[in-house]
Design a protein around this ligand. Structure first.
Ligand SMILES: [Mg+2]
Length: 225
């Protein structure tokens, strides 16, 4: 029995990785730490802001203090808000799927993005308030592939729906990255992979792989659990 559905955010609901990339470069380039999109996809995609900044400094053998890290995260959040202000497009089918699940089953987001990145985009899409639980980089100390964020999401769903039969093996996750899939699997969750960011061959360990969420309905999700 399917008890809840958990969406990753970047690369599943919105094609925000190019927007995050632009925001990072806006902060890093003046410091001489900029890098190309291919490197971002290969090395940085899936990291939260904290780990991405740490890695950018480490790769150039530069030191980064905790206070400077916090300052850069703030600058990147500002740059991101400015970038999304010009409009963001959701992936095909995702809004329809979220609306179909909302109200029928407990629904959550588990993301390595900041809450301040996610909420304005949900508002733009008219999805604010449809998610019962939203766990973000603000809530955990380690980013995916660490399973902490998925464990916390399940805990929060179980608190919110004490009679909902919420247990890891009764939840379905929708993810787009190998790191995200690893995090969910390490938290004992089953995963549907969507090939928005990586080819199917990289999304191993999933119950099913789709090329677009247009291929999925609530009925399909019930059949998978
Ligand atoms: Mg993602």
């Amino acid at each position: 029995m399917l008890a809840a559905v958990i969406f990753d955010f970047d690369g599943v609901i919105v094609d925000s990785e190019p927007l995050h990339y632009r925001a990072f470069q806006k902060v890093l380039e003046p410091l001489g730490l900029g890098y190309g999109w291919e490197l971002y996809v290969a090395e940085y995609l899936g990291f939260d802001d904290r780990d991405a900044f740490r890695e950018a400094f480490k790769s150039k053998r530069r030191l980064l203090s905790d206070s400077e890290l916090e300052r850069l995260i703030g600058l990147k959040a500002e740059a991101f808000l400015e970038i999304i202000g010009s409009g963001v497009v959701p992936y095909p089918g995702v809004i329809e799927l979220i609306r179909e699940i909302s109200g029928a089953l407990p629904l959550a987001i588990c993301s390595g993005a900041l809450r301040s990145d996610i909420v304005p985009i949900l508002r733009q899409f008219g999805l604010e308030g449809l998610f019962d639980v939203i766990v973000t980089a603000d809530d955990v100390t380690a980013s995916k592939p660490d399973p902490a964020c998925y464990r916390l999401t399940v805990e929060k769903l179980a608190d919110r729906f004490p009679h909902g039969g919420i247990a890891p093996e009764r939840c379905l996750v929708i993810e787009d990255t190998p790191g995200g899939i690893a995090a969910a699997r390490a938290a004992s969750l089953a995963v549907i992979g969507v090939t928005n960011s990586y080819p199917a061959g990289r999304l191993t360990g999933t119950l099913r792989i789709v090329t677009s969420l247009e291929e999925l309905s609530l009925h399909d999700l019930h059949l998978l659990r």
